[in-house]
Design a protein around this ligand. Structure first.
Ligand SMILES: Cc1cc2nc3c(=O)[nH]c(=O)nc-3n(C[C@H](O)[C@H](O)[C@H](O)COP(=O)(O)O)c2cc1C
Length: 143
């Protein structure tokens, strides 16, 4: 039975990151990740990125190394590494609240977007993403 490697990480966005930055990451990643057979989810809640990458272990590690040196975020911490019998995500996707830089964006739709992408995710992955999605911009500035 094939085993997939799954790496979960969290990081902090560079100050002033914009919708355009997120769209650029989304566009690039969805093309590249499908080429290298990586599935997973990238959540951006206007302050932090939470990401699961799953696929072949060497491919995941190479991609993670590249992402780690991206100046659009810092303070990257690996939350988990595990081998899973089946992928928990059917595709690679990114969820973020467009317009979070203005007063209309409060992340209210984010938990719903994330929920729709959690496919077969286990309880801990689900809880991590759902909790992160609920932490809105204002609350995050208090931590
Ligand atoms: C939080 C975060 C997550 C990222 N995730 C991916 C990803 O899953 N796949 C990807 O190809 N690039 C991802 N990127 C972008 C890469 O860091 C990198 O910019 C991209 O692969 C293009 O590399 P290049 O500039 O060397 O062409 C991510 C960037 C950030 C800030």
């Amino acid at each position: 039975m094939p085993s997939f490697f799954q790496l979960t990480s969290i990081s902090t966005a560079r100050d002033g990151i914009s919708d355009a930055d997120c769209l650029a990451i989304q566009r690039k990643s969805s093309i590249y990740n499908s080429l290298i057979d990586i599935t997973g989810l990238l959540l951006f809640n206007s302050r932090r990125f939470v990401q699961v990458l799953e696929g072949r272990e060497d491919v995941v590690r190479d991609l993670y190394a590249r992402i780690s040196s991206d100046p659009r975020h810092h303070g990257i911490v690996i939350l988990g590494e595990e081998h899973v019998a089946e992928r928990q995500f059917g595709q690679w996707a990114m969820a973020f609240d467009e317009g979070n830089g203005d007063s209309n964006g409060d992340g209210r739709n984010l938990p719903k977007k994330v929920d729709a992408l959690l496919d077969k995710a286990g309880p801990s992955t689900r809880a991590l993403f759902q909790t992160s999605a609920r932490l809105y911009r204002r609350q995050l500035f208090l931590d």
